[in-house]
Design a protein around this ligand. Structure first.
Ligand SMILES: [Mn+2]
Length: 321
């Protein structure tokens, strides 16, 4: 199967970015993975602005991984190793691309230049002829935030940014809207459709919501969490084959009580061939090569049994309508 082969090849490169990743780290990693393929990982969930950019770019950050599955590890925007803890990569296959003058990496292939952002440094290294809208947003958002909304931009930064905006057709207003949370039409429609298709299950006073959508699964999930769900599962069924991707999100309250979505998905992946997944305690993704309703049922039950393990919610939860 051709798609599988592409995926295996993509697995060989890993982009690793610092804890609480900001738009510069996320944008740089997104841009490189969009042109060369590969996975992106960070030890923790991103910063607020990082989350907003991630939601627009619509991809997932890995938190748990096996370094042996990758041939090359490219560390971005991270001046020292401790900012990757506990995801410290094996140095012999690590390349570091970073713009901080305080960079302290040793015994790695290091690209370190004193530019105002990692995104600008990468743009200068590649200087592509063309940029897609998302690539333009990724690079511009990195430059925009790392220069404190351009206050610290050098003349060269503005020339590079101008090139990026021109090649991608993106505007600075759009960048600001994305970073400060105004959403595109298609993301808004995805959120509303996701809400319309939501199915509720109650376990011990907690609400597990299942829904399905073709894109923006992460955004749909956060929307439903804000709306009152305790755990959300968003299914993305590929119409062409049996492949399915399930995106899960839960609240901080639930992770504090012991819910670990990354671990639940990792356990499911370990149990069945063709299933691959994991993530953070509060956000995880499961890819299923051959899915069906029975398997989804099994998945949803394994989450419900984890909810059953935590104490019952002490409040009235009789349904009101
Ligand atoms: Mn940076």
């Amino acid at each position: 199967m051709e798609t599988k082969e592409i995926r295996l090849r993509d697995r060989e490169v890993l982009y690793l970015i610092h804890r609480h990743a900001d738009p510069d780290a996320i944008g740089s990693a997104y841009y490189l993975s969009s042109i060369y393929g590969g996975d992106i990982a960070s030890p923790t969930s991103p910063s607020k602005a990082g989350k907003n950019l991630l939601s627009f770019l619509d991809f997932e950050l890995k938190e748990r991984l096996e370094f042996e599955n990758y041939e090359r590890i490219i560390v971005l925007d991270t001046p020292n190793k401790t900012q990757l803890d506990p995801l410290i990569p094996p140095l012999e296959k690590t390349i570091v691309i970073d713009h901080h003058s305080t960079n302290s990496w040793k015994k790695v292939e290091l690209y370190n230049k004193d530019t105002t952002s990692c995104a600008e440094m990468i743009y200068e290294m590649i200087r592509p002829e063309q940029l897609s809208e998302k690539e333009g947003v990724a690079l511009s958002a990195g430059i925009f935030t790392d220069t404190s909304s351009l206050q610290r931009a050098q003349s060269k930064t503005l020339i590079n940014l101008g090139d990026i905006l021109k090649k991608s057709g993106v505007t600075l207003t759009k960048i600001k809207d994305i970073l400060f949370e105004s959403r595109s039409y298609s993301e808004k429609v995805a959120r509303l459709k996701g809400a319309k298709r939501a199915e509720l299950k109650e376990v011990n006073g907690y609400i597990l919501v299942s829904t399905s959508i073709g894109c923006f699964e992460g955004s749909v999930a956060s929307f439903l969490l804000k709306g009152g769900a305790d755990i959300v599962l968003v299914r993305n069924l590929h119409p062409s084959d049996k492949e399915e991707r399930v995106t899960a999100r839960t609240t901080e309250e639930m992770t504090e009580k012991g819910i670990d979505l990354g671990r639940i998905f990792k356990n499911l992946a370990d149990k069945k061939e063709g299933v691959d997944g994991g993530g953070h305690t509060g956000a995880a993704v499961l890819n299923i090569l051959e899915s069906d309703e029975n398997y989804y049922q099994e998945l949803s039950e394994s989450i419900m049994s984890e909810i059953e393990k935590i104490e019952e919610k002490e409040e009235d939860h009789s349904p009101s309508g």
